[in-house]
Structure formats: structure tokens, C-alpha cells
Design a protein around this ligand. Structure first.
Ligand code: GLA
Length: 333
């Protein structure tokens, strides 16, 4: 019996910076996806505990995006990228809420790749998962989700510099907990709006160079007001990631919380990926005693908020939320 597990991730700070060569600070969480089964045969056949229909993917699958049911596109994307020579028969279970911005698709891709025999360093596993995600979904996503799931370290967030792919574990201070709370809104329009945001940052990059190392003075040279605002988000967000990492290393969790609030404002006003439900949820969380800061997490357009809270603050009983812990990355067990 083969068993592979891959965690979801929550991003503490640094949103929409990965594909722009900037910085982010995600962590793998203790919710994730498990694939169990045996290898053999010449197809990958999987049943999911959360979905009514199984999937059968041929090893020579030609068009992963047309695999059915919908979730099978991610399995087919992995098969197309990995090209295993032996099939697999097994089942998928997950403790992640699906389609909520906690990277359930990245966890599925990485768990399937490991179950199908992927061998190699975590960075290569992440790159394979990212390619599978792009082919399966048609969304030009960055690599943050897969990298966080592949490289997770118990008790640590990961300071990722997407300019060179470096990943530096940063201890999460014991005096804080991390909450993930669902806005009640499934993500909407994520694909086309995501591609549009990415294109705007690419236009900015052609004008002022890589946004990970650009300054606000560079941003002011951008003539188009929308492109300028998108670039301003990325440049200020990278500065906030640096300040956040320094603040938690110094035990200054109050400053870290304020930086999360500022990140949300920038995502709302400059990058325009928040929603009324996410804004209201973050406001509400900030009004709870013990909450140090709150922001949307993931691509936006719905899904979840993340909050940094004083250790052992009780999660409000009237929200759909989770107290998540920083966990190890994807692995075969
Ligand atoms: C999604 C993408 C990531 C990243 C975030 C926004 O989760 O998959 O690559 O761009 O949105 O930070």
C-alpha cells in the first residue's frame, strides 16, 4: 500500500507577489490531502471521498483540461507532467475545505505526484505541481501554493524569494496562533481576473523592471493609473513581507498584525481582489479581543481570511474557521 500526504497552505503575508518575482511568507498547515492505493495497471484510477464520480486517466493522457469530472483535471495534469510508466488504483481523502483559497488543488497535485512515484527535491515537486495546475485550470498561477506544500516545516512559516526561488524557514512565535476563517463566499471569477492582474504586473515590469526590487519612485513613473496601482501593491507588499519577517523574528507580534491589516487594504484598494464579504470578515475579526491583524489569503475574490491572534484566543463560535498549525511538507508515508 502506498500512502502520500500533501498539506494545504495559508499565506501569512505577501499576496500576488509570486509571479512578479517578489516575496511571500506562506506556511504549510495541518490540513491536507491523502492518496492511498497500489500501483499497477495502465491507467490511474482514483475515487474521492468528497466527489460522487471516480476518474480514470490513461497514462498517455493528451488533453488533461478535458478530463472529467472537474477535479480529475488536476490528476490528469500530474499524469501528463510526470508520465509514470505504471498505473495506480486508489482513493483520495482530504481535511481541507475545497475551493476556499487554502490550496486544496496544490495539495491534490502533490499527493498524486508522490503516490505515482515522483522522486526528487521539493522544489522540483512544486514546479511539477504548478505546471499541472496551469494545464488543468488554464490559470497562469504562480508557484507559491505548491512550494509551500512541498517545503513546509513544522512550527515555521517560509520566507520565499521568488526572484531566486530561495526558501528560508522562519519560526512562528509561540505567543501567537493562526486562524483561517471562511468568508462564506466561494471564489468567483478567479481565473480571468487572476490572469488580468498578472498581465498588469507584467506590463509594469516591462516599464520599470522586476517588481521585487523596484521602488515607489519607480512605480510613480508608470503612466497608466491602473497598472501603477497594481505595481504599487506588489512593491509595498514585498516591503511588508520583509518587515513582517523581521517583526516576528524580534517577537514584535503587534507590528506583524498591523502589517497584515495594511496588506488587506492594499489588496482591497490597489490590487482590487477583495470582496465585500472578505472586507466585512476582516473588520469583524479585528474587533475581536486577542486578534492582532487580519487579511484575505490566497488569490482573493472570495475564500478565506487569515488572522494572527494571541495564543489560545478562542475562535468565535459563529464562524467557519480553523486554528491551523505550521506543518511539514508533502511526503510519502
Ligand atoms: C493563488 C495562486 C498563487 C498566488 C496567490 C496570490 O493562490 O495559485 O500562485 O499567486 O493566488 O498570492
Amino acid at each position: 500500500m502506498i500512502e502520500a500526504f500533501a498539506p494545504g497552505r495559508v499565506n501569512l503575508i505577501g499576496e500576488h507577489t509570486d509571479y512578479a518575482g517578489g516575496l511571500a511568507l506562506p506556511m504549510a498547515i495541518d490540513l491536507g490531502t491523502t492518496v492511498r492505493g497500489t500501483s499497477g495497471g495502465d491507467v490511474v484510477r482514483l475515487v474521492s471521498a468528497d466527489e460522487p464520480d471516480p476518474t480514470t486517466v490513461p497514462l498517455d493522457v493528451a488533453d488533461p483540461a478535458s478530463a472529467r469530472p472537474d477535479w480529475a483535471r488536476y490528476v490528469a495534469g500530474v499524469v501528463a507532467e510526470l508520465r509514470p510508466t505504471t498505473g495506480f488504483e486508489g482513493s483520495i481523502t482530504t481535511t481541507l475545505p475545497l475551493g476556499s483559497g487554502l490550496s486544496s488543488s496544490a495539495a491534490l497535485e502533490l499527493a498524486v505526484a508522490l503516490a505515482l512515484g515522483f522522486e526528487g527535491p521539493p522544489a522540483d515537486l512544486a514546479a511539477l505541481g504548478q505546471r499541472a495546475e496551469q494545464i488543468a485550470s488554464g490559470v497562469p498561477c504562480g508557484i507559491m501554493d505548491q512550494l509551500a506544500s512541498a517545503c513546509g516545516r513544522s512550527g515555521h512559516a517560509l520566507l520565499v524569494d521568488f526572484a531566486d526561488g530561495s526558501v528560508q524557514p522562519v519560526p512562528v512565535p509561540p505567543e501567537v496562533d493562526v486562524w483561517v476563517v471562511h468568508s462564506g463566499q466561494e471564489r468567483r471569477l478567479a481565473g480571468s481576473a487572476y490572469a488580468e492582474r498578472r498581465a498588469a504586473t507584467e506590463r509594469a515590469t516591462t516599464q520599470i523592471g522586476p517588481l521585487g526590487s523596484a521602488t515607489l519612485a519607480d512605480v510613480h513613473r508608470i503612466a497608466d493609473p491602473v497598472v501603477r496601482r497594481r505595481a504599487r501593491h506588489v512593491v509595498t507588499e514585498c516591503a511588508r513581507v520583509r518587515s513582517f519577517a523581521a517583526a516576528i523574528a524580534a517577537g514584535d507580534v503587534a507590528t506583524a498584525g498591523l502589517l497584515m491589516d495594511e496588506s488587506h487594504q492594499s489588496l482591497r484598494d490597489d490590487f482590487e481582489v477583495s470582496t465585500d464579504a472578505l472586507d466585512a470578515l476582516c473588520e469583524r475579526l479585528r474587533s475581536e479581543s486577542g486578534v492582532l491583524g487580519a487579511r484575505l489569503t490566497g488569490a482573493g475574490f472570495g475564500g478565506c481570511a487569515v488572522a494572527l491572534v494571541a495564543h489560545s484566543t478562542p475562535l468565535p463560535t459563529d464562524v467557519r474557521g480553523w486554528v491551523v498549525r505550521a506543518s511539514d511538507g508533502a511526503r510519502r508515508r
